[in-house]
Design a binder for this molecule. Structure first.
Ligand code: 5GP
Ligand code: ZN
Length: 140
């Protein structure tokens, strides 16, 4: 499979690794949006949150907690954004699930979480929640 992150996991192309464990690899992003920007991936290929098993995802998010804690301490970050994209419409570029860990500092101005806050229509919000509840799959 022609997947750049699978190639990193297989050691076929280099990466600056931070955590290398049975199910999970964490490595530094080569286009960091802030100092310390890193990615946490499952070793088993899964394109996105819809495809990955709950157990692999659990391993990934546990590693995210540990790496976020480490980078916050190492760089004295004031905050950490944890971000994960699914599909082209959400700006996912690499189709191998990964969670971004982005250290943040006050007033760093990174455009990752500053959407305009304006109140929604409560009836519409409730209608959407009703529909979503009908589609929640069982836990596996
Ligand atoms: P996304 O798919 O969530 O939009 O982001 C993909 C991320 O992977 C980007 O932040 C990009 O800089 C990073 N990336 C893409 N190719 C490589 C690579 O070969 N090595 C590393 N370390 N990061 C990469
Ligand atoms: Zn892959």
């Amino acid at each position: 499979m022609d997947c750049i992150f699978c190639k990193i996991i297989a050691g076929e192309i280099p990466a600056v690794k931070v955590l290398d464990e049975e199910l999970v690899l964490a490595f530094m992003d080569i286009n960091p949006s802030s100092r310390g920007h890193m990615l946490v991936t499952p070793k088993k290929h899964a394109e996105n949150i819809f495809e990955i098993s709950e157990s692999d995802l659990a391993a990934v998010i546990k590693a995210v907690k540990r790496c976020a804690t480490a980078v916050k301490e190492a760089l004295k970050a004031e905050g950490v954004t944890v971000l994960q994209l699914n599909g082209k419409a959400s700006d996912q570029i690499v189709p191998h699930l990964h969670i971004h860990i982005i250290p943040r500092w006050e007033n760093d101005g990174l455009p990752v979480s500053n959407w305009e806050m304006k109140p929604g229509d409560m009836e519409e919000i409730k209608g959407i929640a009703r529909k979503v509840k009908e589609h929640i799959p069982p836990s596996s």
